[in-house]
Design a binder for this molecule. Structure first.
Ligand SMILES: [Zn+2]
Ligand SMILES: [Zn+2]
Length: 265
């Protein structure tokens, strides 16, 4: 492996719930899960259904960082094969309130009657920690700030080798947090942004906690970011719809995330 690689692999970019069928072949039906390789370390951003087919062998202990605890971002965790591998450690960072116990909070979902197994039943070594920024993962520095989403959500910036990837999923634009995010994303090589709704759709879904491609482009321009990747595709948006929208945007540095694709920073 290239020791200095900084690479994003899109394992799932669908928002809200997973979908399947030929009409979703190009952009994919699995929910939010992104694998970021930083040298010989690996960070998963969210644990949606895309995590189920993710690689399981790593040189270093892989980290799963959860932006928030909505089900579409957690769907794949219980079925991630690495968690069943004896002696293999996985670290999970969970955003919870100061006084909360991260393992207990996550364990409410991954326990009967909601799921057949508790974390203690898995053969793998599962370490659940409170998400507290900044985090050092090898030579990568991971930072985060609060966004705007029902129940809360964190935006994440990964810095490695002088480059940055910014992950802003499940975010609804509003003035105060938007200007903070512009500073937060300053100069990033890649900005991943919640582009779930068109402007017209957004008008009918104010308060749902999601944003638009137009706001993503505004953020990229104001932050002087180099490339924008639109994520959290609406379950009703087929390949045909997303392709049309991508074409209409017509910028070589703006695209909708396609499951299975890779971006080297
Ligand atoms: Zn979501
Ligand atoms: Zn959400």
């Amino acid at each position: 492996m290239d020791k200095k690689v900084f690479k994003l692999t899109i394992l799932g970019a669908r928002g809200s719930m997973s979908v399947c069928g030929r009409e979703f072949d190009t952009y994919g039906g699995d929910t939010s899960c992104y694998m970021v390789q930083v040298g010989d370390e690996c960070i998963f951003l969210d644990a949606g259904s895309g995590l189920v087919g993710a690689p399981v062998d790593f040189e270093k202990i892989p980290v799963i960082l959860l932006s928030h605890l909505h089900l579409d971002h957690l769907l794949g965790l219980g079925m991630y094969p690495r968690l069943t591998m004896k002696g293999q450690k996985t670290e999970i960072y969970v955003p919870v309130k100061k006084e909360a116990d991260a393992r207990e909070v996550l364990g409410r979902l991954y326990a009967p009657p909601f799921w057949p197994l508790s974390f203690a039943d898995y053969a793998g070594d599962i370490s659940v920690k409170k998400l507290d920024f900044p985090i050092l993962i090898g030579e990568a520095v991971v930072d985060g700030i609060e966004g705007n989403h029902p129940g809360g959500n964190v935006a994440v910036r990964i810095r490695y080798g002088g480059k940055s990837l910014v992950y802003i999923s499940d975010y609804e634009h509003e003035e105060v947090t938007f200007s903070r995010l512009i500073d937060f994303a300053k100069g990033a090589e890649l900005i991943m942004y919640d582009g779930q709704y068109s402007d017209e759709e957004y008008e009918k879904r104010i308060g749902f906690g999601h944003s638009t491609p137009g706001k993503g482009i505004e953020l990229m321009e104001k932050a002087e970011g180099k490339r924008l990747l639109l994520i959290h595709h609406d379950p009703l948006h087929t390949d045909e719809i997303l392709k049309k929208r991508e074409k209409k945007i017509g910028r070589s540095n703006v695209s909708y995330a396609r499951a299975g694709s890779e971006i080297v920073l």
